[in-house]
Design a protein around this ligand. Structure first.
Ligand SMILES: [Zn+2]
Ligand SMILES: [Zn+2]
Ligand SMILES: [Zn+2]
Ligand SMILES: [Zn+2]
Length: 111
């Protein structure tokens, strides 16, 4: 069993974490995660259930969220990996939809 993850919002909070934020790379309790639903700039953050393997969701090389699925390699990669190592590869449609603006900035200058 993974050990229980404690909220990292403040040193005084010792409550059990319920969500991990991949952007903050921290885990939050029910109370402290609320800001992520109400503050516009935090609403963009990606929350996942607490699993204890947050490190695995981050690219070790770029310390960015692995949010792009490369269909060519059948694995999750970060945007920087996509830019550096996966040019011309095929990416999952839903990611292409969501990240169209980012993709156009990244890829069109080279194509
Ligand atoms: Zn966050
Ligand atoms: Zn808390
Ligand atoms: Zn990367
Ligand atoms: Zn690839």
């Amino acid at each position: 069993m993974p050990e229980e993850i404690i909220c990292e919002a403040s040193d005084n909070c010792n409550l059990k974490a319920v969500k991990s934020c991949l952007n903050c790379t921290a885990s939050f309790c029910e109370t402290h995660v609320k800001k992520h639903y109400t503050e516009p700039k935090l609403q963009k953050h990606v929350l996942v259930d607490v699993t204890g393997d947050l490190e695995e969701r981050l690219c070790q090389e770029h310390h960015r969220l692995r949010e792009v699925f490369c269909r060519t390699d059948q694995k999750l990669i970060c945007f920087k990996c996509a830019l550096n190592y996966h040019k011309g590869h095929h990416f999952a449609d839903e990611i292409e939809q969501a990240g169209r603006q980012v993709w156009s900035i990244i890829f069109y200058p080279f194509s």
